[in-house]
Design a protein around this ligand. Structure first.
Ligand SMILES: Cc1ncc(COP(=O)(O)O)c(C=O)c1O
Length: 385
């Protein structure tokens, strides 16, 4: 029977406790939200929603076509200029999602015969980019510039190293300056995904490349999403103008995709302008993350020290992680739950978002609920040096 094999897969998934379900979020949820990626608490900020509404009124509900046909408005250009300027890069190109931006950067910059050196902890989208690119991928140890050097040393010709700047599972940061140095040693490019760094790291939220002194570097290309700190939707690639021109001509997810919706562009632009005026939001997100980590590890939870705004708390098994997250939810706290196959190391986790707009009282409540619902006791805290 057509699709009959799906039932078998569904059965296996059920038995392993790995079924995923959709849970619609009401507009006025009473839950304390530590599950979203709205790091700066901007998604519902009146300036951002008004930016979206005004853009939709002016430009319409959709972009109406590919960026190369009718889908480029003056608003797209404005967003690209301000985003590039804010993050310190020569040029930017916006896409309909961060996913599309990542696929574009990796596929267009790793042609046939080239080598892609990819960190073992990279996000699914960078991995998909490697799979679709014509170059050959070599996966190397997590956050290990020497492993990158070794891989680059085995190859003659074009090469790029690709890495998240902040890894989405554990919230740890990549050694960006060292990675860039390793790449330079071999004449390779560096493509980094700053989805979790933009708005949180760097001066006033200018991102991890800025913090690492790599903003504007001629051999560094950055992808970002507009859907996390900027409270909107969409993605972008930032880098040297010749790279951006190349993407306009060669990146399939740019050429064959409908342009970013005007409302999303308007919201992202409003968020960017707000962040320039209120740079303290970035530092607050980092402070909240550190506070959550300190309090949780003091209570014996196993949590990795956060480098940005992702706080990851380990759970003993996928089933217990799901149960733990459900118990938190029942107690009024929304937390993320990561488990196989979404985690590279097979370890399940609760994933907490340290939003800049969380109050001290809300942090207290979150720590209390996570402690009261924990499925196990007596685990040692993990401290990275
Ligand atoms: C590291 C990373 N890169 C890219 C993306 C994709 O961004 P978008 O949701 O805009 O497609 C995500 C989103 O989850 C992410 O965590």
């Amino acid at each position: 029977m057509a699709f009959g094999w799906i039932d078998e897969q569904a059965h296996t998934r059920r038995r392993a406790g790995l079924v995923r379900t959709l849970r619609p979020r009401p507009a006025d949820s009473p839950l304390l939200d530590l599950a979203s990626n709205d790091y700066l608490g901007l998604a519902r900020h009146p300036e951002i929603t008004e930016g979206a509404a005004e853009a939709a009124r002016t430009w319409g509900g959709g972009a109406t076509g590919s960026r190369l046909v009718t889908g480029t408005t003056e608003l797209h250009g404005e967003l690209e200029r301000e985003l590039a300027d804010f993050c310190g890069f020569e040029a930017a190109l916006v896409f309909s999602s961060g996913y599309a931006a990542n696929l574009a950067a990796v596929t267009a910059l790793a042609p046939h015969g080239s080598l892609i050196v990819s960190d073992a902890g990279n996000h699914a989208w960078l991995i998909d980019g490697c799979r679709l690119a014509r170059g050959t991928t070599q996966v190397v140890a997590h956050a290990d510039p020497d492993a990158v050097r070794k891989a680059l040393g085995t190859h003659e010709g074009q090469a790029v190293a690709v890495s998240d700047t902040v890894f989405s599972v554990d919230g740890d940061a990549a050694p960006l300056a060292d990675l860039a140095e390793a790449c330079r040693q071999y004449g390779a490019g560096l493509v980094i995904d700053d989805a979790h760094g933009l708005g949180v790291l760097g001066d006033g939220g200018r991102g991890a490349p800025w913090a690492a002194g790599l903003a504007g570097a001629p051999d560094v290309v950055v992808t970002v999403t507009l859907s996390k700190s900027l409270g909107s939707q969409g993605g972008a690639v930032l880098g040297p103008a010749r790279v951006i021109d190349h993407l306009i001509n060669a990146a399939r997810t740019f050429i064959f995709d409908t342009g970013l919706a005007p409302a999303a562009a308007g919201a992202a632009l409003a968020a960017l302008r707000l962040l320039r005026r209120e740079p303290e939001r970035a530092a607050r997100a980092r402070t909240v993350a550190k506070e959550l980590h300190t309090r949780l590890t003091a209570e014996g939870h196993e949590a990795v020290r956060p480098d940005a705004a992702v706080v990851s708390v380990r759970a003993p098994s996928p089933e217990q992680a799901v149960r733990w997250a459900a118990d938190c939810r029942a107690a009024g706290l929304a937390v993320g739950c990561f488990r196989p196959p979404s985690v590279p190391d097979g370890i399940s986790r609760l994933r907490l978002t340290a939003r800049a707009d969380l109050t001290d009282g809300q942090i207290d409540r979150a720590v209390r609920v996570i402690g009261e619902t924990r499925p196990y006791v007596g685990v040692t805290a993990v401290h990275r040096t």
